[in-house]
Design a binder for this molecule. Structure first.
Ligand code: UD1
Ligand code: MG
Length: 443
């Protein structure tokens, strides 16, 4: 059966103290909302509607860019009212609906699937969890036969109800048509004068529909309401990613010092030394070694390559098999051929470097004139002498050599030597004469 989802993302997010809407704050480089969308898609939910506030243009733009619809909740009257605001957007939908808070970045496809499976038992299901500290989560009261009796919001709960440790995770699955019917019956007679989504199961019960319970682990359902919780979610994401990579055969001597993005893809037998940071969009092939203090973003590293220590790979860096990128080398939008080496103090931007080429220390591609970027092409087996400035656009042929300290402004033919530096002259005894004169003047 087809599945759709409503993501609730119209709340004010006041506790973030930010001009940026809460769901656009990032964990591992991806907005909270992006994590929820990704998990829903992986759980087979193809149609997603994001409920936003009237001022939430940036959230609507993001939702659209991620292939989702959006709906507007004109006044923030509570989570039940928010979910009901998606009714028109889903008017033509007939199937199973997932309703989920937008502030749950660690939610997994498996967790969503469990709730969907529980829903098939009765027609309505709620995801619950038992946190170590139940804080202000809604409390879940069960019937003797293990179905939901009702949910009590913390602010409405009695002392004994607050003692219940089973909590509402904020993820529901229901038949769409029935859900919108129940949501239309919600009342706001509670401590916060809000239309609570949590009252839907009680309305379903009156229709003879029991609410089944799925149970999640605490980490998967943690909500982000403040910067402290954002930092906590980031730390837990990183721990989860490190554990997954170690399990998949990646070596890390100090995993706690290595930071990944949401989409970092690393094959087995890669070795990552301490203090490495991966920005978004990085792939590393089997057997490569990423040495300490390197920063990689939007880059691919082929098998057997060695990166760092202290290397920076920027978007569009494609490092070939067995190539070496050493200390204080920055590579941007550049393809480095197999076995090529740039080991020291170099900037390679908007360039191609052929297989086996050697880039000497201090080489700079002068790729930018303040207005446009230009290309540098370095052939296979070329040898770029130390401190060469390559003024782009320029081509260095296969096997060519540039002399150290050259400023190369014209193309160099294959196998040629290009020297472009001042001629050296020598004045015998000049230094001594100079020193003697200065010493005399000092007296
Ligand atoms: C909610 C649940 C609580 C549960 C907890 C899990 C209700 C009434 N309470 O509480 O039982 O334990 O989540 O994290 O549902 N939102 C709107 N419009 C609104 C209000 C909220 O779109 O008018 C959105 C928010 O952007 C957020 C989500 O709904 O993504 C949940 O709202 P939030 O205020 O965080 O609810 P909690 O107090 O966490
Ligand atoms: Mg919340």
């Amino acid at each position: 059966m087809s599945k759709a989802a409503i993501i609730l993302a119209a709340g004010a997010g006041t506790r973030m103290k930010s001009v940026l809407p809460k769901v656009l704050h990032k964990v591992a480089g991806l907005p909270l909302l992006g994590h929820v969308i990704g998990a829903l898609r992986a759980a087979g939910v193809d149609r997603i509607t994001v409920v936003t506030s009237p001022s939430g243009d940036s959230v609507r733009d993001y939702a659209r860019a991620m292939g989702c619809q959006s709906a507007i909740q004109h006044q923030q009257l509570g989570t039940g009212h928010a979910a009901a605001s998606a009714k028109d957007a889903l008017a033509d939908f007939d199937g199973t609906l997932v309703i989920v808070n937008g502030d749950m970045p660690l939610v997994t496809p498996a967790t969503i699937t469990e709730c969907l499976e529980a829903q098939t038992r009765t027609g309505l299901a709620l995801l619950t969890f038992e946190p170590a500290d139940a804080l202000q989560y809604g409390r879940v009261l069960l019937t003797p036969d293990g179905f939901l009796n009702r949910i009590v919001e913390y602010k409405d709960a009695s002392e004994s109800e607050r003692g219940v440790m089973l909590c509402n995770a904020g993820l529901y699955a229901a038949d769409a048509r029935k859900f919108f019917h129940w949501a239309s019956l919600l009342k706001n007679e509670n401590a916060q004068k809000e239309y609570y989504l949590t009252d839907v199961p009680a309305l379903a019960k009156m229709d003879g529909v029991k609410c089944a319970i799925a149970v999640a682990d605490e980490v998967s359902v943690m909500g982000v309401n403040s910067r402290v919780e954002l930092a906590d979610a980031e730390a837990r994401f990183q721990d989860r990613k490190r554990a997954a990579l170690l399990k998949d055969g990646v070596t890390m001597t100090a995993p706690g010092t290595v930071f990944f993005a949401h989409d970092t893809a690393i094959e087995n037998d890669v070795e990552i030394e301490p203090f490495v940071v991966f920005g978004a969009g990085v792939r590393v092939g089997s057997g490569a070694r990423i040495r300490s203090h390197s920063h990689l973003e939007g880059a691919s590293v082929a098998s057997g390559a060695i990166i760092g220590p202290f290397a920076r790979l920027r978007p569009g860096a494609k490092i070939g098999e067995g190539a070496h990128i050493g200390n204080f080398v920055e590579v941007k939008n550049t393809v480095i051929g197999a076995g090529a080496k740039a080991n020291h103090l170099t900037y390679l931007g908007d360039a191609t470097v052929g297989a086996g080429a050697n880039i000497g220390a201090g080489t700079i591609t002068c790729n930018y004139d303040g207005f446009t970027k230009a290309l540098t092409e370095i052939g296979a087996g070329a040898f770029i002498g130390s401190d060469t400035a390559l003024v782009a656009p320029v081509k260095i042929g296969d096997g060519a050599i540039t002399a150290a300290g050259s400023v190369i402004t014209q193309d160099v033919a294959a196998d040629a030597l290009a020297i472009a530096r001042g001629q050296q002259t020598e004045k015998a005894g000049w230094a001594k004469t100079f020193r003697d004169k200065k010493q005399r003047e000092k007296k």
